[in-house]
Design a protein around this ligand. Structure first.
Ligand code: ATP
Ligand code: MG
Length: 658
């Protein structure tokens, strides 16, 4: 079936600022197809811009697909690339990590701001590496779990582990004891690094308590290091738990731990996916391929330069933070901003105040964050000077053109590049994006642009054949790329089954997409979140995007509910913007907007008003949870759920209606 809905915009935007190499679409496609044809040589030339201890012998070992190995024979170290190179160069006094804590003084300014130069970072990473190696006897191939709030010790421990070839798994500091225990056990971590607590929305997150509870069922953990952050009293188990300041204090300031010469295809970390659609998968990333992709995308997508103040608003607990707060920017010698707490606390303008305070030039954020900012209104944004920002990208979910437009006007001054980068935990780095730092094609709001150089992505139908232009299909990647997973940890069969079995020889992303007439990609959301109404297939995102276009609506989740006549009917759960109240009339207006935007078959059957939606901790709507509530099914794994009260809200709204 061809698409029943119009693509939200055919409008093209040519940024006036911050994009140096604008090209027309055909030129881009020509250059792109060359890099795809020659992808091995192409990626080899990118990889050669990194520093290798020993050059690779083979660019790609494809003898055992889909377990590909990149830059085989090469020796490399991610900690060396991110720290040593810059600390030994003119960048040594350049700020590497610019951090601010959550608590504010009476004037609303953060009480603590830490600026670690590359030299500082080098010293700290070496000392922690020494601690792990000499005192805790950790060695290459061992695994540790890191459960820290957003404080500089988090990247420091990641980089120290990477220096030794110790595989780390970062667990987002909002997760429950069960979620933490599952990840520790799956990864067989020997050591856990945590803090006494972390600050979030004026409260202490009791990290140590959660660790204590998790560790009741984690036989592999022998030691716990506790960073003092909040300073309140926590339980310390004799023999197992040590305060970080106490174990590190005797280690000299100038110790040097030689970075291990690791194989390119050695594992760097294990990271569990967000769990939006089901049980999280332990994705294992390599070093050489991963670093190559990050190096490329930091330049092409973010156009990173030495005078930039670069801020990715994600949490390091997600892949976005791994790749684009820690390893990507630091490998490029950039200044990367980190903050503790929330973007809208203590005031809705925390995020814009960070931009102003630190003169942020590049902003990488998410649709869920932008929709939250919109909910509070533009007055909060206008209180601050954001004119330093020269480039914006978004990630995590499809960006509805409404939200993109709002942000582009307010912060982007209608002149800078603003794209939506598509990728996932599995891909390691950005795969589909506009490339303002390389060759920029005219941008279209709501799209993801085109596959980056060297990556062959496509939209295919059920037979695995390319879909017609403007037809919805499945997003696939057709050639191996550096940064691809090594496997799912301890479950190679699941790796093959989930990603490589639907279409032989292609990586199946699980997302639903459209390629438009110009060849731009529109990633529409999960392929399994499709509603079939009277034989028509509607993506939940299309309906949600239309709902959000109504000025009273801040957020929406649509799910399909079985219906004896139509097969399925869409129900919408809606969060209103501040100052709006639910009413019959509003419901009618909202439904009218959807009909106008998506067409007559898109009849949303019911609208429910709630004050919050079930989301993952990374801010993605968990439609499967909403659906489970209305269909009275098993809710399933909700360890990654942000706030259990949101499920009760959905239940209540639904029950009241009945
Ligand atoms: P799980 O795989 O455990 O269900 P998850 O897919 O949410 O969780 P992530 O790897 O964090 O975990 O997210 C990747 C997904 O996010 C992609 O598959 C896609 O659905 C969505 N996504 C990311 N960026 C974009 C974007 N720019 N546009 C549209 N969708 C995006
Ligand atoms: Mg996924």
């Amino acid at each position: 079936m061809s698409v029943s809905w119009a693509l939200p915009f055919e409008q093209k935007i040519i940024p006036k600022k911050g994009a140096s190499k604008l090209v027309d679409i055909n030129t881009y496609k020509e250059i792109h197809s060359q890099t795809v044809k020659e992808y091995r040589n192409f990626w080899a030339s990118v990889a050669s811009e990194l520093e290798w201890f020993k050059p690779w012998e083979k660019v790609l070992d494809d003898s055992n697909p889909p377990f590909y190995k990149w830059f085989v024979g090469g020796e490399i170290n991610a900690s060396y690339l991110a720290v040593d190179r810059h600390a030994k160069s003119w960048r040594k006094n350049k700020v590497a990590i610019l951090w601010e804590g959550e608590p504010v003084d009476e004037r609303g300014n953060p009480k603590e701001v830490r600026k670690l130069t590359y030299h500082d970072l080098y010293k700290e990473v070496n000392r922690v590496a020494y601690l792990l190696k000499e005192k805790y006897k950790l060695k290459k191939g061992d695994t540790i779990a890191i459960y820290l709030p957003m404080i500089p010790e988090l990247p420091i421990f990641m980089l120290a582990a990477a220096r030794l070839g110790v595989v780390f798994t970062v667990v987002f500091s909002g997760f429950s004891a069960d979620a933490l225990a599952n990840r520790i056990n799956d990864a067989e971590a020997k050591l856990v690094v945590t803090a006494d607590g972390g600050w979030r929305r004026g409260k202490i997150v009791e990290l140590k308590q959660i660790v204590d509870k998790a560790l009741e069922k984690t036989p592999t953990v022998k030691d716990v290091i506790v960073v003092r952050r909040t300073g309140h009293k926590v339980n310390m188990m004799e023999g197992r738990d040590k305060y970080f300041d106490e174990v590190i204090k005797d280690i000299p300031q100038n110790v040097y731990v030689e970075p291990e010469r690791l194989k390119s295809e050695d594992p760097l970390y294990i990271l569990y996916t967000s769990g939006t659609t089901g049980k999280p998968k332990g994705i294992v990333h390599d070093i050489g391929g991963y670093e190559t992709l990050l190096h490329a995308t930091m330049r092409w997508v973010f156009d990173i330069r030495d005078d930039d103040i670069y801020w990715c608003t994600a949490d390091i607990g997600w892949v976005t933070g791994h790749s684009y707060i820690v390893f990507g920017p630091l490998t490029e010698g950039a200044t990367t901003v980190m903050y503790e707490g929330a973007l809208d606390y203590p005031q809705p303008d925390r995020w814009v105040s960070i931009i102003e305070r630190h003169s942020v030039t590049i902003l990488y954020t998410s649709p869920t964050a932008i929709r939250t900012f919109m909910k509070f209104g533009e007055e909060w944004v206008k209180k601050h000077d954001t004119s330093t920002v020269r480039l914006i990208h978004s990630v995590g979910e499809p960006i509805n053109p409404e939200a993109q437009d709002w942000m582009w006007k307010l912060v982007g001054r209608e002149e800078i590049p603003f794209g939506s980068t598509w990728w996932m935990t599995e891909t390691g780095g950005i795969m589909i994006s506009h490339l303002p730092g390389l060759y920029l094609i005219p941008m279209k709001p709501g799209t993801n642009g085109m596959p980056i150089m060297g990556v062959e992505a496509d939209v295919v139908n059920d037979d695995g054949k390319p879909s017609n232009l403007e037809d919805r299909g499945y997003l696939v990647i057709k050639n191996p790329w550096p940064g691809m997973p090594l496997t799912i940890y301890k479950d190679p069969e699941r790796y093959v089954k989930v990603y490589w079995s639907k279409f032989p020889g292609m990586f199946y992303a699980g997302d639903y997409a459209v390629k438009d007439r110009d060849g731009y990609f529109w990633i529409l959301g999960r392929a399994d979140e499709v509603i079939k109404v009277s034989g028509h297939r509607l993506g939940t995102y299309e309906l949600e995007s239309a709902l959000i276009e109504h000025p009273a609506v801040a957020e929406a989740a649509v799910v399909g509910v079985p219906d004896p006549v139509k097969g399925e009917v869409p129900y919408a759960f809606v969060v209103l913007r501040s100052g709006q109240t639910p009413s019959q009339q509003l419901t009618q207006e909202i439904l009218k907007t959807v009909r106008e935007k998506v067409g007559p078959i898109a009849v949303v059957d019911k609208v429910f008003f709630v004050s919050k939606l079930p989301k993952t901790r990374s801010g993605k709507i968990m439609r499967r949870v909403v659906k489970a509530v209305v269909t009275k099914a098993e809710v399933g794994d909700i360890t990654t759920l942000e706030d259990e009260a949101s499920v009760d809200e959905v239940k209540k709204a639904y029950e009241e209606f009945k």
